[in-house]
Design a binder for this molecule. Structure first.
Ligand SMILES: Cc1cc2nc3c(=O)[nH]c(=O)nc-3n(C[C@H](O)[C@H](O)[C@H](O)COP(=O)(O)O)c2cc1C
Length: 186
């Protein structure tokens, strides 16, 4: 074997960096969230994994709702900050101006170009985290980040996280077309 086994925490693929918005006890809370993915087409479902000790975890269980906000690179510091301090220690509600969409407890961050409101569809308790599966109720986008009504990654300018080196990365160039380029090999 020419490869080196670096153990079981070596997952280094970029993860989408988001800010989770929740609401509990009359206030909004925000948390850095990277364990997030689309998992079903119809109904449209997303999964997020949230530590059991996090304030956000209790908030989602209490309301059954959450919002996945996608920040642009200019929000890297505040995104990191909401990943360093818990809502149980500090009221983080004033960090962001918010807007209300379809749901009552899924704060949409005005400064984030994309915000996805979700209602809990299912959940699973894992040893450290709760895996919440949310049904997407609405996706709110800044109009100037759309090209032909579709979010344009260059305009959204999101960033990603790699672990275990714990670094943020912007998104690079387009290198191909999905469901298309492979046809050359047919
Ligand atoms: C870059 C980054 C990504 C994170 N991703 C997650 C995640 O996907 N799931 C999670 O449970 N915690 C994640 N965290 C940790 C929480 O954001 C952090 O513990 C936060 O303070 C919890 O806030 P809360 O107690 O107000 O909910 C991340 C932290 C950082 C800095």
């Amino acid at each position: 074997m020419a490869k080196k086994n670096i153990g079981n925490q070596g997952f280094t693929m970029p993860m989408p960096q988001a800010i989770l918005g929740t609401h509990m006890d009359g206030r909004n809370n925000f948390m850095a969230l990277a364990w997030v993915s689309r998992v079903n087409y119809n109904p449209p479902l997303m999964m997020i994994s949230v530590g059991k000790r996090h304030y956000s975890n209790a908030a989602i269980k209490a309301s059954g709702e959450f919002c996945v906000n996608i920040p642009s690179v200019d929000l890297v510091e505040v995104t990191d900050f909401v990943g360093l301090v818990s809502g149980s220690k500090l009221d983080k509600s004033e960090l962001f101006e918010v807007e209300k969409g379809e749901l009552e407890n899924a704060p949409i961050i005005s400064k984030c170009p994309i915000s996805i409101e979700c209602k809990v569809y299912d959940s699973m308790e894992l040893p450290n985290d709760t895996l919440f599966v949310g049904e997407v109720i609405a996706t709110w986008c800044d109009e100037d980040t759309l090209t032909d009504d579709i979010p344009d990654i260059k305009k959204v300018n999101p960033f990603t996280l790699t672990m275990p080196d714990n670094k943020y990365w912007s998104v690079g160039d387009c290198i191909g077309r999905a469901w298309h380029d492979g046809k050359k090999l047919k």
